[in-house]
Design a protein around this ligand. Structure first.
Ligand code: CMP
Length: 140
């Protein structure tokens, strides 16, 4: 079943100049970009995006990091896209991520972990809507 998920190439990965490598891996996995946007989040926008983590001890440093430089936000579509994207990313902590996954290859630590991906259908709907109006999503 085709579904959509939200991906963010985080400020650490943009700084490392691996945007192209990451998008190449999405395409190789048949996770088709249906919307792409490069932007710099404000601290407030990062706080809104990660609102579910508001009570976590890392909330302030996470949102400071996410607003520290440009990011690339993508909506990806494909069969079972949410789960397959999470498998491609690997565990949140790059040290625990399977070899060859995006976070194992490009992440530095649990905070500077290169990429974000939606963790459920409900989250994907919220996260895609946070960045893209429906008319910005192409059909693929
Ligand atoms: P992400 O998939 O973007 O979702 C929430 C983010 O919070 C996560 O990736 C990490 O970057 C960050 N995060 C999760 N756990 C921790 C932690 N224990 N310490 C610092 N950052 C964390």
């Amino acid at each position: 079943m085709s579904e959509r998920t939200l991906a963010i190439i985080k400020p650490d990965a943009v700084k490392k100049q691996v945007i192209g490598d990451i998008i190449k891996r999405y395409e190789a996995a048949n996770l088709h970009p249906v919307a792409i946007r490069m932007m710099q989040l404000t601290k407030t926008a990062a706080e809104g995006f990660y609102a579910v983590h508001k009570q976590r001890p890392f909330f302030n440093s996470l949102t400071a990091f996410m607003s520290s430089g440009p990011v690339v936000v993508l909506a990806l579509a494909g069969d079972n896209a949410i789960k397959r994207h999470r498998e491609l990313m690997g565990a949140t902590d790059p040290a625990k991520a399977e070899p060859g996954t995006l976070r194992a290859v490009h992440g530095t630590n649990i905070e500077f972990n290169a990429v974000h991906g939606s963790d459920s259908a409900d989250t994907a709907r919220f996260e895609i809507g946070y960045f893209f109006p429906e008319m910005d999503l192409v059909a693929r």
